[in-house]
Design a protein around this ligand. Structure first.
Ligand code: ADP
Ligand code: MG
Length: 323
């Protein structure tokens, strides 16, 4: 089978950390071809979607990856497209998801481009507020200060388009930086941010639960550095093995139908103290660390799922007359 990966340039990725690499490697081990595509490589001609794609092969030895020549391919002729571009979800990202609509029902899309447009990683949790910490969203600066006081004098403020901990900061009553932080993140009160009750449990870690088609693949715990609020691996969070608690399982069960309905197949939920803080859908990470802890290649589960979907789609595609 041939799978296309809509992703960032390879130079930015770490072969022994990156989840997309792990999936490509698992697919390669199962005999499938990988095509590397950047959003700017997508194009529509005569109404159909194409991409300038390069065949990607991975190896153990540095530089760990090799790209073949760029060739125009018909995207519908692949068996799956994995949209694995890192945030921010900017206009180029938005347009890429709209172009990918051309191949809906003709190849398997992970995650569904419509779902990616729907599920802002911070705001999507608002559908499940019974599982989240107390949350306020908006741009009004005085209201943010009031919310911080109302939730106990400490809060966490986050940009809506960030990832990897970028721009996530703590507000504490009495801190003279509060107003400046709020000005900065709301762009002087003009742009909405998310503000959340501060969860003390964060010092014990931020748990990433990886889901495949609404089912739990496994979880890793990320413990922040002593001198940082943020647990993200990207900013120095330490990874440790962990279990998924009964309460977290209940949350997953509760939100899985919505994820399935939105075509959000490969998803990373973030939990702090069993409260849901974020739903990562653009390019969730953690599979390599999870595989290490579990002693098996968890990425192979993702590839198996794609294989199954492609088999299911095959007879359907055959029944559609050519042209
Ligand atoms: N409500 C909260 N209380 C305490 N710490 C938090 C809270 N929300 C986020 N954090 C800390 O900030 C980090 C980044 O926040 P998160 O919402 O996951 O955004 P990102 O998309 O940048 O990962 C988390 O890993 C956690 O360490
Ligand atoms: Mg996070």
């Amino acid at each position: 089978m041939r799978f296309a990966y809509v992703m960032d340039p390879l130079e930015r990725l770490l072969p022994d950390k990156d989840t997309t690499f792990a999936i490509v490697r698992a697919a390669q081990a199962r005999g499938h071809e990988a095509l590397h595509v950047e959003p700017r490589d997508l194009f529509v001609e005569g109404g159909d979607l194409y991409a300038y794609a390069s065949r990607l092969s991975l190896s153990r030895d540095p530089p760990h990856h090799a790209l073949g020549p760029r060739e125009a391919i018909k995207v519908a002729e692949t068996q799956g497209v994995l949209i694995r571009k890192d945030p921010p979800f900017d206009q180029a990202y938005l347009y890429a998801t709209l172009l990918l609509e051309r191949v809906r029902n003709r190849t398997t899309l992970v995650n569904d481009p419509r779902g990616l447009r729907e599920a802002n990683e911070k705001l999507y949790t608002l559908h499940f507020s019974r599982h989240t910490p107390m949350t306020w969203v908006g741009a009004n600066r005085d209201a943010i200060v009031s919310f911080m006081s109302a939730v106990g004098g400490r809060a966490v403020i986050k940009p809506l388009d960030g990832a990897g901990g970028a721009g996530v900061m703590r507000l504490s009553e009495g801190d003279k930086n509060n107003r400046c932080i709020i000005d900065l993140l709301t762009r002087e009160g003009t742009s909405a941010v998310l503000v959340q009750e501060y969860l003390e449990d964060v010092v014990r870690g931020d748990k990433r639960v990886l889901l495949l088609d609404g089912r739990i693949l496994g979880a890793i715990n990320r413990v922040p550095r002593e001198d940082d609020l943020r647990s993200n691996i990207h900013v120095g969070g330490r990874v440790e093995p962990c279990r998924v608690t009964a309460r977290e399982r209940d949350v997953v069960e509760d939100i899985a139908p919505r994820l399935r309905a939105d075509g959000l197949v490969f998803v990373g939920l973030d939990f702090i103290g069993e409260r849901l803080t974020e739903i990562n859908v653009t390019s969730p990470t953690g599979i390599q660390e999870l595989s290490k802890h579990e002693g098996r290649d968890v990425a192979a589960d993702v590839v198996e799922w794609l294989e199954k979907k492609a088999e299911e789609l095959r007879p359907v595609l055959r029944s559609i007359p050519a042209g």
